[in-house]
Write a protein that binds this ligand. Structure first.
Ligand code: SF4
Length: 298
């Protein structure tokens, strides 16, 4: 008999996809919504959170097809839904907002929203890093200036939120062992002890012209194998490593799915969460790990 065993996490898109950057490699437009039925969204998010909590879920990620901080009221509303779930017993120890970090350099923005978001249950903010310096980071984001990394991290920590970094692997950016190691060391020096990396690619999981080369990725894997301690692997590829008492995570999560299993599982699980604007849930179904993404047809 088909059996849903675990839903690890829920990743929700918030807002309609506005953004304050102009990345040449942006894949977000694919997921942008023409219009959002807010009450249906709230209901779907609530049922996904409650379902995940019932099946052992521990993590809620708030992201966007653009930049979530450009629509702060949408972030607040999603956190209010989570807060309501919490009051019904559906608590997640990890609630993370993913951001390009641009508005986190604005202390008045941080003062206005971070205390509220923390009160509603946000635990940490994950800043996407494409380059080792602010000048190159601005170029990657297609903007004239990018705030200082140190200031961004300080603005987040000042409000009692944790800081994580997503170190993106991209051709002509962080695309080799030396650039990866150098960026990791820079972030460690800035006090970041939780760094996740994945390859930039198409939303459907395929590689594109911006993806790091297979040799580049292999080099990074080899460096991690030689220099860090593997804590555990991911069924979908990659793993979590301990490096100098910090967490380095390399994942193929975004670019690798088990197609056949996914299709079967989608048919079985989708009715449980409805046709939602959620990005993804990670689950174990009949002993098989998988991910449902909102833009898959089901
Ligand atoms: S910050 Fe993200 S959503 Fe915005 S343009 Fe860059 S890749 Fe696209």
């Amino acid at each position: 008999m088909a059996c849903l065993e675990k839903i690890y996490s829920v990743s929700a898109l918030v807002g309609t996809g506005q953004c304050n950057a102009n990345c040449s490699f942006c894949a977000g437009t694919y997921l942008r919504l023409q219009k959002l039925d807010q009450s249906q969204y709230d209901r779907s998010l609530e049922s996904a959170i409650k379902l995940s909590a019932r099946y052992g879920g521990w993590s809620l990620s708030l992201t966007s097809s653009g930049e979530p901080t450009c629509e702060p009221e949408a972030v607040t509303r999603a956190l209010e839904v989570y807060n309501k779930c919490c009051s019904h017993g559906a608590y997640f120890p990890s609630v993370v907002l993913f951001t390009n970090g641009i508005l986190c350099g604005d202390s008045s923005f941080c003062e206005k929203y971070f205390p509220l978001w923390r009160k509603l249950g946000l635990t940490s903010i994950a800043v996407s890093i494409h380059e080792e310096t602010e000048i190159l980071q601005a170029q990657a984001y297609g903007i004239s200036n990018y705030p200082s990394f140190a200031e961004i991290f300080s603005n987040i920590q000042k409000h009692g939120l944790g800081v994580r970094c997503t170190l993106l692997l991209r051709k002509s950016g962080i695309d080799s062992t030396p650039t990866y190691v150098s960026a990791v060391h820079k972030l460690l020096e800035l006090g970041i002890n939780n760094i996740t990396s994945w390859t930039v690619g198409n939303p459907d999981g395929t590689r594109n012209q911006y993806s790091i080369s297979r040799m580049g990725l292999l080099g990074i894997r080899w460096w991690l194998y030689r220099n860090a301690k593997l804590c555990h692997g991911h069924a979908w590829g990659g793993g979590v490593y301990d490096y100098q008492n910090s967490i380095l995570r390399l994942t193929s999560y975004v670019t690798k799915h088990k197609g056949n299993n996914l299709k079967t599982s989608i048919q079985d699980i989708a009715p449980l969460i409805g046709h939602t604007p959620l990005l993804a849930i990670d689950y174990v179904f009949n002993g098989i790990e998988g991910t449902i993404c909102a833009k898959y047809e089901f």
